[in-house]
Design a protein around this ligand. Sequence first.
Ligand SMILES: Cc1cc2nc3c(=O)[nH]c(=O)nc-3n(C[C@H](O)[C@H](O)[C@H](O)COP(=O)(O)OP(=O)(O)OC[C@H]3O[C@@H](n4cnc5c(N)ncnc54)[C@H](O)[C@@H]3O)c2cc1C
Length: 347
Amino acid sequence: MSTLQTVGVGYELSVTDVIEETPDAKSIVLRKPENSRDLFAYRPGQFLTVRIPSDRTGHVARSYSLSSTPHVDDQLKVTVKRTADGYGSNWLCDNVEPGNSLIVLPPSGRFTPTDFTNDFLLFAAGSGITPIISILKTTLLGSDRSVMLFYANRDRNSVIFHSELDEYAAKFPDRLTIRYWFDDVHGLPSQEGLAALASDHLSREVFVCGPVPFMDSVAESMRSAGVPPERHHQEVFVSISGDPFEAPRPIVDDNPASAVETVVHLDGESHRFEWASSNTLVDVLLDRGVDVPFSCRSGECGSCACTVISGKVVMENSDILDPSDVAEGYVLGCQARPVSGPIEIEF
Ligand SMILES: Cc1cc2nc3c(=O)[nH]c(=O)nc-3n(C[C@H](O)[C@H](O)[C@H](O)COP(=O)(O)OP(=O)(O)OC[C@H]3O[C@@H](n4cnc5c(N)ncnc54)[C@H](O)[C@@H]3O)c2cc1C
């Protein structure tokens, strides 16, 4: 039985297995600590953030989507694909062995279905399959809904989870359809082809994960096919530049005149306070002991997204939000500072 060790703001989890998925991708299986299973409960599509040692900077933080499925898998599994010349992915693939431990932050992220009452159209390319397979398996095993998966790779040898996906297709022939796409055989997927696929499944929830040019192409195709923006969800894989393992930043009280009356609704509770522009919303909430969702604290992962119901805030970095998120009033709590109020925010 493993118990939870905390290391700064991270948690130490034991590695129970390392699986070679393809020549350049490995899965790392981590044991959930017995005394803190709730902390490591997750929804399909969410990710862990791993602290990777570095002689140069002490450590770097990198996020990896969970390829395990909360519905059936007792342990946590992340799948790491080597990035050419990348530091973190190669360190993990070269160094991690069963019996080691890794320091991680609890699961986080918004790239997850709110429910399983609709059918799904899933698009993955390369390592983008990791959150997608978790959503796929949860749908098939935990609901009666159907899944269409379009999965693009450079070539057949690069397909992660190929045999597992084929087993699911054989087990659920009426509910799972997989269309594999190999760039070396078919060329790059065309926008017309992707739009035609979307047109056949217009009422479905669409989840997309892969390299940015692939996701841009899918997004354009979804727009031309008429998929409503609120049903189109995507996860951007970037390397975090901030340090989420750092202790929470102390609150700065150097501009009290800027303070704006604020109320934040989170997990059924309302928190009222004066919010000064010298602090981000996540820092203020952490300082007040509120269990606010966050991970990277640098505007790159989207875990702290919340909706501004009234008042006005500004953000330093909000590139991770798509236009539909901005149109719906989403902001990133770790980047938001008050402008005018009263401000009302909902997580
Ligand atoms: C929500 C989310 C989910 C993700 N899920 C997955 C997933 O499931 N699977 C997956 O494979 N990827 C995933 N990613 C991407 C992953 O987090 C990394 O971005 C990816 O693995 C590339 O990281 P890298 O360090 O190898 O490459 P890079 O970030 O390109 O590495 C180069 C960087 O490392 C720095 N560097 C080089 N050497 C050192 C050193 N010695 N010390 C410190 N820094 C150094 C360089 O200055 C440069 O900034 C996800 C990302 C996000 C945000």
